[in-house]
Design a binder for this molecule. Structure first.
Ligand code: MG
Length: 290
């Protein structure tokens, strides 16, 4: 299965979406029958003037999947399949290094086939590699708002707020921003991290508090909007980590275990203790252990 070919006939809007998503990987092509050719990682995508798109290479199916029309949606309960809906999730709160990223994302009934074909339903199972490929497609198609709080900012507010307070503020802010882009649906879902009452308690000082919100644990397995938000947030986190790693010229491990401590020690050796706040969330137990 190392090399595969998927041929699809695409509508004009799909061709546009395909092009917009991967235009940075465009490869010049002079054939009069070829409209454009894209060469993202592990694939060559050729779009012909006829409207046919040929996906070739190891990851051909990954790139093609969002454009394969699915006639039958997977089984979901009445409630989780209520659309439109918007969901939100956060990434990076369990990682010593890196930012906290929160995304709120709106999905409509006509997005279901696209999301399922892209493999969005079980976001926790998706590898980082696939996240990087799916997220740009989701960001292109779905109305969403994304907040990225870098460690420096996080460390400057954390002495006043605890982690649940920070999460509550960010989720609320993500919905406030989403409301500026689109009419918020009636069904809003947060992947629950704190009891509902505590959530609103942390928002007491806020000018705008978005409600009502449905809170549910493991919501990313049940609501496509939360799954999509989770993927977009995860991708933003991965991209930020890539940037830090190349800027500081060293690997920064995810999570908060003892191997992360070793990584932090290496950072201190290279850049000094004072600069740890640029890459790490200092209130974690890891800091004490160093
Ligand atoms: Mg979550």
């Amino acid at each position: 299965m190392s090399d595969q070919t998927v041929t699809l006939t695409l509508r004009e809007d799909e061709i546009q979406r395909l092009y917009n998503t991967w235009k940075e990987a465009e490869h010049p092509c002079s054939s009069p029958y070829i409209r454009f050719q894209l060469r993202p990682e592990n694939a060559v995508i050729t779009c012909y003037t006829s409207g046919k798109a040929v996906f070739q290479g190891k990851d051909a199916d990954v790139y093609a999947s969002p454009f394969i029309r699915v006639s039958e949606p997977a089984e979901t309960s009445d409630f989780t399949s209520r659309f439109p809906q918007a969901g939100s999730d956060e990434v990076g709160t369990g990682d010593y290094f890196g930012p906290v990223c929160v995304c709120a994302c709106k999905t409509e009934a006509q997005d279901i086939g696209f999301l399922q074909a892209a493999g969005v339903q079980d976001s926790k199972q998706i590898t980082d590699e696939t996240i990087r490929k799916i997220a740009p497609l989701l960001q292109e198609r779905l109305i969403h708002s994304l907040l990225i709080v870098p460690p420096v900012k996080y460390n400057s507010i954390h002495h006043t707020y605890n982690m649940n307070a920070v999460k509550s503020l960010l989720h609320n802010q993500a919905y406030v921003n989403l409301a500026k882009k689109t009419k918020l649906p009636e069904l809003l879902i947060i992947d629950q991290f704190t009891p509902e009452r505590a959530y609103y308690k942390w928002l007491k000082q806020e000018q705008t508090v978005i409600r009502p919100i449905h809170f549910e644990t493991k919501a990313e397995n049940k609501f496509l909007s939360v799954a999509a938000a989770s993927i977009i947030a995860r991708n933003a986190f991965l991209q930020a980590m890539d940037e830090y790693e190349s800027f500081y010229g060293m690997k920064l491990l995810k999570g908060a275990g003892t191997r992360v401590d070793d990584c932090a020690r290496e950072f201190i050796r290279k850049y000094g203790k004072d600069r740890l706040k640029e890459v790490a969330k200092l209130h974690f137990k890891n800091t004490e252990r160093l």
